[in-house]
Design a protein around this ligand. Sequence first.
Ligand code: SF4
Ligand code: SF4
Length: 598
Amino acid sequence: MERQLLSGNEAIALGAAHAGVRVAAAYPGTPSTEILEAAARFPEIYTEWSSNEAVAVEVALGASYTGVRAMASMKHVGLNVAADAFMAAATTGVRGGLVIISADDPGIHSSQNEQDSRNYARLGRVPCLEPADSQEAYTFTRLAFELSEEFDTPVLLRPTTRVCHSKSVVQPVEPAAITLTPQFVHEPAKLVMLPGAARGRWPKLTERLEKLAAWGETAECNHIINGSAELGIITSGISFHYAREVFPEASFLKLGLSYPLPERKIKEFTAGVSRIMVIEENDGFLELQLKAMGLSVIGKAAFPRTGEYSPDIIRAAAAGAGLTRPGNPAAAGDTELAKRPPLLCPGCPHAGIYFTLSSLGHRSVLPGRQARPPRLTICGDIGCYTLGAYAPLSAMDTCGCMGAGISQAAGMARAGLPEKPLAVIGDSTFMHSGINSLLNAVYNQANICVLILDNATTAMTGHQGHPGSGVSPAGERRNNVVIENLVRGAGVADVTVVDAFDLKAVRNAVKQGLAAGQLAVVIVRGDCPTLTRKRGKPRLVNEKCDDCGACLLVGCSAIQRDEDGHIFIDRSVCVGEYCTICQQVCPRGAIVEAETAS
Ligand code: SF4
Ligand code: SF4
């Protein structure tokens, strides 16, 4: 077959297609999102954006129970959401091959933490494969399905950001010839985890692990590269490539299967070298297991415990620990991108609501004015709208994990916070897990105001569909859930829908929601301009402007001050009549449509 230049995510999708996968489910999350998007290009695979990661694993597990191969993909923090479903799959085992992909984010490029998914493999006693590049992403995905069926287990595939997004050449091999008719064979002792059945299954997980470790002793994915007898390096994933660059002369044991470990092979390798280093991003996951085997290894004592690795970081850490002489790392800044603050895009429907919250909550002040103590407690959530936390908007006080804002606000209200708390959540996050928090708020009569910012897409990860958008991963129309109907159906009596670009209406709706003596939901609806690509006549600033700076408080990157301190609008990015938030904010009427400027 022809070689292809693929990202790790595309290679995983190709590997899954060539392994005969029939069902793929995911919730979007960087760096894993493109796996499902690439899988959706194969018509033989049913693909769906599930409403959250637990649902995705449950959908894939259900498909597996009928004998077909299935997968669920997510980012590392998504595996927390899916943990219960993951453990259920680990316990019952599978019928058709089941692969769960959890993409880790060393360096926290787009996440809320740096947790290491390999720990879940140990928790669930399931094998973990770690690809180091696109070729391995392809090969290991195919291997994962085979292992899954051979050992009656879900397999955890753990790529990391660099592997997911970097492109390298992949040599595919002939697709597996799998033809079967899905069927469900009744076997309660395997699939119904009542205590009696679960007690029967649990020892099988330990047996499974032992068999997998034995398999790993001779598996190609765990291979030795012979080099110097002075230094042996044990590593996995992308760290292998970094370490090879820094220590080309060393001997290597590259572990494709990072759990369970092949003890005999490791001891053979370590017996032949005088010093052993373990190089791995995130946790000292391999190091801990190697030390538990009684081996003396240099790991996190020398190499960083946090952050993403690179050859320079490994080189500097090794020199700092006296393991090598200082090298010649590339001058800092040579390849660094220019730093810029994270901002909402020009024309973002969230700008108006955050400007409103910022002004109602005394968060932003005009130049020369005295700052006042902030008011309004605003519980945020995960999505583009988290950007409302940055200055000049500064309109967010909490942000923990998907769907938490509504529950946090309810907790504050129940704790006796004197002012009514606000929760802000996007439509996709609301579908993901916010709905659970809203049901709780209804049931427990939480007196809070919930703002659902509905732009009909999962914008932050690249405009994936969700139950409210009714768009499939392949772009086809599906049923869509109408948020206001859902909210009313959940029992919320006070529901308002408002246009995100009508500042006066937004302000009134928020004030009413805060004044109501009960749970109030305001749905703020407006299109994401990076999805619709609509561009209207841009705005400009005319001579009435006194450079007061009020429009800058919207936080739109199209509005700037020039070197002389005068306000101007960058016409190349302004979306014009599809926004006009700055026009509504200007107290002097100095922002006008370009053609009608006086
Ligand atoms: S992608 Fe869309 S929703 Fe996200 S900040 Fe940009 S305009 Fe706003
Ligand atoms: S355009 Fe209006 S809001 Fe902006 S600085 Fe000028 S007068 Fe102030």
